[in-house]
Design a protein around this ligand. Structure first.
Ligand code: GUN
Ligand code: ZN
Length: 431
């Protein structure tokens, strides 16, 4: 079996860092070697010459697990940076028009290819995306992932009201199309399916009932939806589902919560809702650039975390403003500053890697540099721009270097990306 060794400064997390000096939460090798065979990591340790393996030397850069993005919309790639006052205006003015384009032959394939290029440019090797309501948008999404051998999660948006007719399915067609797509894509290659009712406002009770049936019939699939992003959204949701106790209660009443459920935003939750999320093991997904851009509010990480709610972090493209998880964490840091909460750089890099792998119940597959895991990796250059190089000259610790990468870094700091052991981005030449 042909082996490749990546040599460099290796960093991977073992547990959630409890503070800036929690050195037991990660493994760091100053001159490390990651041995790769058949797309997987087979060994990690200090570098030692090995006559048979090809060695790629990434020193002095840092090698980390590929970044994971737990919530975004690939079909919104062409409406990033659209000017609106708040969520519902943004959805009605841009989003619902843009997503209609995915009925056009060829459009989904073009956008999917550009979208994956952008993920890779930014060091993201796994993401969880909403497609449009058109099944062909899902075929394009998973087809492109398969060509690139990427572990990607996604699904057809289910939406049968309060949107243009051209975008709406019905309770029955949403169920039938989702079922066909699950059978076609879930578990094929590295693809995994997410049952995706958009949010309570755009689904009738009959459609949430159909989503419940899909979840019951396919318990190993993910579920993704939006929860408690914006005040008007909450009011409208409660008017549509008056018998539910609160917004979370709507999804709870339809059996949609659980350890494979990813809930985008979760900003304005009451105590009961927080408790229900913790009890069901559902994941609250922090989307900092989107929440700032749409003026939705400040995520309360400390409160959710103390209550035992699982947390993921995500770009939420196209409400979000960057594909980069580095920029996402930079803005996440500022959101939490405004809440009076600290987010250590160790914690940021944990969240983008092992933390998000755990949010997806994929620990042991991705998110860490460990034998048996996929060789999905990023190589980071903390001196990628003149401003970064200037600051890097004064850096004296690993945590400072990470904070510099997060605060000043963008796609230029992503020197190399490996997907299942194959080079997907390189600044060393050859790609
Ligand atoms: N809520 C329902 N749909 C969407 C969407 O596409 N983006 C965001 N940010 N929130 C939503
Ligand atoms: Zn979203």
């Amino acid at each position: 079996m042909r082996r490749t060794i990546l040599r460099g400064r290796v960093l991977t997390f073992i547990s959630e860092p409890l503070g800036l000096d929690d050195n037991a939460s990660y493994r760091y090798l100053e001159d490390g070697a990651i041995t790769i065979a058949d797309g997987k990591i087979v060994a990690v340790g200090d570098y030692a010459p090995d006559g048979e393996a090809e060695v790629i030397d990434h020193r002095p850069h840092l090698i980390l697990p590929g970044f994971i993005d737990t919530h975004l919309h690939y079909v919104q790639s062409q409406i990033i940076a659209s000017y609106a006052g708040s969520l519902l205006e943004w959805l009605n003015t841009y989003t619902f028009l843009e997503e209609q384009k995915f009925s056009q032959q060829g459009h989904a394939g073009t956008i999917a290819a550009a979208f994956y290029d952008e993920l890779i440019r930014n060091g993201t090797t796994t993401a969880v995306a909403y497609c449009s309501s058109h099944p062909s948008s899902v075929d394009a999404y998973f087809g492109e992932a398969e060509r690139r051998n990427m572990l990607m999660i996604g699904g057809k948006v289910m939406m049968d009201r309060n949107a243009p007719e051209a975008l709406c399915d019905t309770a029955k067609s949403g169920y039938d199309d989702s079922k066909t797509l699950i059978e076609r894509w879930h578990g094929r290659g590295r693809g995994l399916y997410a049952i995706s009712p958009r949010f309570a406002i755009t689904s009738t009770p009959a459609q949430l009932e159909a989503a419940r049936a899909l979840v019951a019939e396919h318990p190993d699939c993910y579920v993704q939806t939006h929860l408690s992003e914006n005040d008007v959204e909450i009011t409208n949701s409660m008017a549509l589902y008056p018998s539910s106790p609160d917004y979370t209660g709507i999804y709870e009443d339809y059996g949609l919560l659980g350890p494979k459920t990813l809930l985008g935003h979760c900003i304005h939750l009451n105590h009961r809702e927080t408790r229900v999320l913790a009890e069901t093991g559902s994941v609250a997904v922090f989307c900092p650039t989107s929440n700032l851009f749409l003026g939705s509010g400040l995520f309360d990480r400390e409160r959710l975390s103390k209550a035992g709610v699982r947390i993921g972090v995500a770009t939420d493209i196209g409400g979000g403003t960057s594909y980069g998880m580095l920029e996402t964490m930079a803005e996440g840091y500022k959101v939490l500053q405004l809440r009076g909460q600290r987010l250590t750089p160790l914690n940021s890099f944990y969240m983008m890697t092992l933390g998000n792998a755990r949010a997806l119940s994929l620990e042991g597959t991705i998110g860490a540099i460990a034998p048996g895991n996929a060789a999905d990796l990023v190589v980071l250059n903390a001196a990628a721009t003149p401003a970064m190089a200037l600051r890097k000259a004064t850096v004296t610790s690993l945590a400072e270097e990470l904070f510099l990468l997060q605060t000043l870094g963008d796609d230029r700091a992503i020197a190399e990306v490996y997907v299942a052991g194959a080079r997907a981005k390189s600044t060393l030449g050859g790609l």
